[in-house]
Ligand binder design. Sequence first.
Ligand SMILES: [Zn+2]
Ligand SMILES: [Zn+2]
Length: 131
Amino acid sequence: MRRTGRCLCGKVTFSAEAMPRFQACHCSSCRKWVGGPFLSVPCERAEFKGPVKRYASSEGFERGFCETCGSNLFFHPIGSGLHGIPIGLFDDQSDLPFKAEFFIDEKPENYAFSNDTSHLTAAEFRDKFRK
Ligand SMILES: [Zn+2]
Ligand SMILES: [Zn+2]
């Protein structure tokens, strides 16, 4: 299903083929980036318009943000068709159940989600996605 969204200031808009779920990443990079667990919707064929800045956060991966308001826009394996887009940016967040948590072994002890999700450790995540 194609969904639309925008950043906090509205200068960046996007549309993307959103998979029907969202996921949390507890890795230290994501927690630095968004200030907590990164809740994102896996998307294909994402198209962004507006003042998008890109940051090469690690080898082969980049993260995008709005140059004006600083909203986090996406996590993207370079060369892939995939973008992880923060769920809070979407205009309509209905029918996006919480399905998975990644880097569960890097999650700090001081919070935990009670949703019924699948869990992957850092090693399992890297095996699955060859990160
Ligand atoms: Zn903005
Ligand atoms: Zn992460």
